[in-house]
Design a protein around this ligand. Structure first.
Ligand code: GDP
Length: 285
């Protein structure tokens, strides 16, 4: 299945990102907790060289708790501090300021030794589209804080959100681009709803998601829709159509409607918490 991308916008995004990255000490990288590999950007390690780093497993409420913890351990083993958050409901947000300071500990220590005191750490949020960057910034900004900068004649353009005396956050997130060339990643992002719907064959995508559930979460589909197990994903979609009354005029199953309904349930956690990618060594290296 071909997944189409939108690299046009990404060129501009990349330029902005490169510009903004120069201004900050810390990159707060948001990934989707359900797919922390596919939702990461391949170039972030190069782009962020020399900067402090923090990974947020966002939408942690939609992923399995057990795997969230495993991912946190996994990133820790790679030397990157990672924490889980639910930006929508504010879960984990309160403790974020402490975590940010923790991530910048070395930088602050270096400053102190050089006699630089009271210079706030500057941070930016980055991530691929739809991982929850704006939701996170709003959630954090709602808890703090006064905006700084942009006073007439003083600063132009950039707005900083003052989280506390030690930390300032750039109010616009850096948009990163996904790994365009890998179809597996495209599918994974499509399943979690990070790619525009119009460019996808929804039935094929839904069939793919059904197969994933049959393999990794046996029984989940049947529990949700009261259907019996079908190995063939299209038959499973037809059964969902019957059970949810998605029927065409002649009483035939409306697979397209069922696919839409099912994908919406899948993406929004109504089937249960789902982790699509698990930490496996060879996938990461
Ligand atoms: P951005 O493109 O990275 O800025 O993403 P947005 O902030 O616009 O969020 C994309 C979608 O994800 C929105 O529908 C949000 O409500 C939703 N979202 C963001 N964070 C979370 C979260 O932690 N949990 C859940 N369940 N949904 C979230």
């Amino acid at each position: 299945m071909q997944v189409q991308w939108y690299p046009g916008h990404m060129t501009k995004a990349k330029r902005m990102m490169q510009e903004n990255i120069k201004l900050v000490d810390l990159i707060i990288e948001l990934v989707d907790a359900r797919a922390p590999i596919s939702s990461r950007n391949p170039d972030i390690d190069t782009l962020g060289a020399g900067k402090s780093r923090l990974i947020l497993l966002n939408k942690a409420d939609l992923a399995e708790e057990h795997w969230n913890s495993r991912w946190i351990e996994h990133f820790k083993e790679k030397g990157i501090l990672a924490v889980k958050v639910n930006s929508k409901k504010g879960g984990g947000i309160k403790s974020i300021q402490g975590v940010i300071q923790e991530a910048c500990k070395e930088k602050m220590e270096r400053d102190r030794k050089r006699g630089i005191l009271n210079r706030p750490v500057r941070a930016m949020v980055a991530g691929i589209p739809n991982v929850g960057k704006s939701t996170f910034i709003n959630s954090l900004a709602g808890k703090a804080c006064t905006k700084t900068g942009n006073k007439p004649g003083v600063t132009r353009g950039k707005q900083w959100i003052r989280l506390n005396r030690q930390v300032e956050l750039l109010d616009t997130p850096g948009i990163l681009w996904p790994k365009f060339e890998d179809q597996r990643i495209g599918l994974c992002l499509a399943m979690i709803g990070s790619i525009k719907e119009e460019v996808l064959n929804l039935e094929e995508l839904a069939a793919h998601a059904v197969s994933f559930l049959n393999r990794e979460y046996p029984g989940m589909l049947e529990d949700k829709y009261g259907t019996s197990r079908c190995e063939d994903p299209y038959e499973a979609l037809a059964a969902i159509a019957q059970s949810r009354n998605c029927l065409l005029k002649g009483g035939e199953a409306d697979i397209e409607k069922a696919a839409l309904l099912f994908l919406d349930d899948f993406r929004n956690g109504r089937l249960g918490r789902l982790t699509l990618e698990r930490p496996v060594k060879e996938e990461i290296e």
